[in-house]
Design a protein around this ligand. Structure first.
Ligand SMILES: C[S@@+](CC[C@H](N)C(=O)[O-])C[C@H]1O[C@@H](n2cnc3c(N)ncnc32)[C@H](O)[C@@H]1O
Length: 262
């Protein structure tokens, strides 16, 4: 009885996610993320060396599965390196958009649940999860990832870990983006790392990202028309210092690459 109630609640959560992404308004334009995109791009550029290293070292020539691929943007760069890219997303609308926007040979998109995929055991060399794990039941999806990965496969994760970050909290509370959903739960970095370890994922490399730099896109909303790029550069420098201290647990995003332990 209790089990059937739990599964009903899980189904409702997935339906809510699907509904929200099936009906995003600002899709395809700059409002999709609701923030100043130039400032965001500058902030995000910090993660490029880590990402590029993973593409060349771990994804080159591999069969890659992207969970919660959204409108497919992330597959564009993957396609330049991987042998084959498969994107899966619960939102029909996202998958339709992805198919139209990224019709690369070697890339395919399917509608489906990341926690319960239709793929055979051991069918991918790499599973890539970008901004999706905090939308899911983590133990369940980790089990699914282990199932579809080959024994020597890799899990590449980029996710939101800003549960303790006051700026992330202010952003969500007062300037919510339409892609935020009521069921998503950002992690705390160390808690996230421990859960992955407990589920048999061995960390190869891990990066803490952004502590106070996300304040700039918030300010851009409050004081429009002011050039905040110098502030972004200053805040990214402060982030670097803070990430070298125990305050790194406040970081907003993380990136990590893992192998599966037997
Ligand atoms: C924050 S968006 C991230 C999209 C994409 N990974 C990116 O970074 O642009 C979260 C995505 O996860 C999808 N999603 C949510 N729950 C899912 C589930 N159970 N299975 C598959 N996709 C899911 C949503 O439809 C949405 O496209």
């Amino acid at each position: 009885m209790r089990e059937s109630k739990r599964s009903q609640t899980e189904q409702q959560r997935k339906l809510r996610e699907k509904e929200i992404y099936d009906h995003l308004k600002g899709l395809g334009d700059r409002n999709y993320y609701a923030w100043d995109q130039n400032l965001m791009a500058e902030i995000y550029s910090v993660r490029r060396p880590f990402h590029d290293n993973i593409l060349t070292r771990y994804l080159k020539g591999k069969r890659v599965l992207m969970l919660g691929c959204g409108k497919g943007y992330g597959t564009k760069k993957l396609n330049l390196y991987a042998k084959q890219v498969t994107g899966i997303d619960i939102s029909e609308r996202m998958i339709k958009l992805a198919r139209v926007s990224y019709p690369d040979p070697g890339t395919s998109f399917i509608i489906g649940d990341a926690e319960n995929t239709p793929f055979e055991d051991n069918s991918f060399d790499v599973v890539y999860c970008k901004a999706i794990l905090h939308h899911l039941n983590l133990p369940r999806v980790l089990k699914e990832i282990r199932r579809v990965l080959t024994p020597n496969g890799y899990l590449y994760v980029v996710d939101e870990c800003g549960l303790l970050n006051p700026i992330a909290w202010i952003r969500r509370r007062f300037f919510p983006s339409e892609i935020h959903t009521p069921d998503e739960r950002p992690f705390i970095p160390n808690q996230f790392r421990k859960i992955l370890y407990r589920h048999g994922f061995h960390e190869i490399d891990f990066e803490y990202r952004f502590i106070i730099s996300p304040v700039a896109p918030v300010l851009a909303r409050v004081i429009p028309g002011v050039n905040l790029m110098p502030l972004v550069h200053f805040l990214l420098g402060v982030d670097k210092l803070l990430i070298g201290s125990p305050l790194k647990q406040l970081c907003w995003r993380i990136g990590g690459i893992y192998t599966v332990q037997p």
